[in-house]
Design a protein around this ligand. Structure first.
Ligand code: GRG
Length: 304
């Protein structure tokens, strides 16, 4: 018999992910409905409902829950971060950026709807994300909602996601990207929105400044971890499925952690980031922190 303090409730992570992703998908389907102009809304829905892992919105819900908030209060903002993530992927895939043909196992947005509509679908999704937070958030003090809007704007703008993308695009190949610049790119391009997702969840849930700060540090670590793992998967996958990525100059030029540190050191760095992330959660109730701990492990050990 364990006493109350160290009682650990069995936690089914897979079920947790499926349930939360289900709630997100259902809301996304409803709030971006098919209406006039049909082509635009069809393009928005095409990418939004193409079946991403929904990591960012789930992080948002988990952070809100950890600080004592209700799921209803965070759902609109959780959907907003997925909407923003999706629009960034649509724009990233365009011929003027990464020029990709496939995304989430389907032809990219511009391949199906044309470049003009793909750009506009991304724009409309971005605008709607902020409208949705402001109009659909219920039961949260207005000041907190304003803070969420400001936090998210900062995370994705010229000091966040867009900054990371620009520096990535404008930096040369392997010869001029060192470890510091690579970290800048990853922290902005990938970690900023993951950080924003967690932080806004904590704000909406009524977290204290200390709690918000700890969750921010947690998220920054798992955000960088996400990209380090992505870089590692790039190497291990392309050596497994040789030829699949061949012919894309970008892959050859792309600077990655394994290229700068080697595979072993990159793996050690990933483990270290996971440890640092989890350290931040040690002050919270163990059972309530379990979803975030599992999410960190999921990011560290995922295979796609
Ligand atoms: C946000 C205003 C604004 C503009 C976008 C194009 C651009 C500016 C930024 C590109 C950002 C980008 C593509 C970052 C990479 C993010 C990343 C790690 C994507 C993969 O995320 P997963 O694995 O994908 O969560 P799924 O498909 O599961 O959602």
């Amino acid at each position: 018999e364990k006493n109350d303090e160290d009682k650990v409730i069995a936690f089914d992570f897979k079920k947790y992910m499926v349930t939360k992703a289900g709630a997100i998908n259902e809301t996304l389907d409803k709030c971006v409905s098919l209406r006039y102009p049909e082509k635009l809304h069809e393009a928005m829905r095409y990418s939004l409902l193409a079946g991403g892992k929904r990591v960012r919105p789930i992080l948002c819900l988990a952070a809100c829950d950890l600080v004592g908030g209700s799921e209803e209060s965070a759902i609109p903002s959780a959907c907003a971060v997925e909407i923003i993530h999706t629009m960034s992927l649509i724009h990233d895939d365009l011929p003027c950026m990464d020029n990709d043909d496939m995304r989430r196992g389907k032809p990219t947005n511009h391949k199906v709807f044309g470049e003009d509509v793909a750009v506009l679908a991304g724009d409309a999704l971005l605008a709607f994300a902020f409208e949705h937070i402001a109009s659909a958030t219920k039961g949260v003090e207005a000041g907190r909602v304003l803070r969420v809007i400001s936090e998210l704007g900062k995370a994705i703008g010229s000091e966040g996601l867009v900054a990371g993308q620009v520096v990535d695009i404008t930096s040369g190949g392997i010869s001029d990207v060192g470890l510091n610049l690579l970290e800048y790119i990853h922290v902005h391009k990938t970690a900023a929105l993951l950080e924003g997702s967690v932080v806004i969840g904590a704000i909406l849930g009524g977290g204290s400044e200390e709690e918000i700060g700890r969750l921010r540090t947690f998220a920054r670590c798992i955000g960088l971890l996400f990209q380090v793992v992505d870089d590692i998967l790039d190497v291990t996958k392309s050596s497994q499925e040789l030829g699949k990525t061949a012919g894309k100059d970008l892959v050859a030029d792309k600077v990655t952690y394994p290229k700068l540190l080697g595979l072993e050191k990159s793996r050690e760095f990933a483990e270290e980031l996971n440890r640092q992330a989890k350290d931040q959660l040690s002050v919270f109730d163990m059972n309530k922190a379990t979803p975030l701990i599992c999410l960190a492990d999921y990011i560290a050990h995922r295979h796609n």
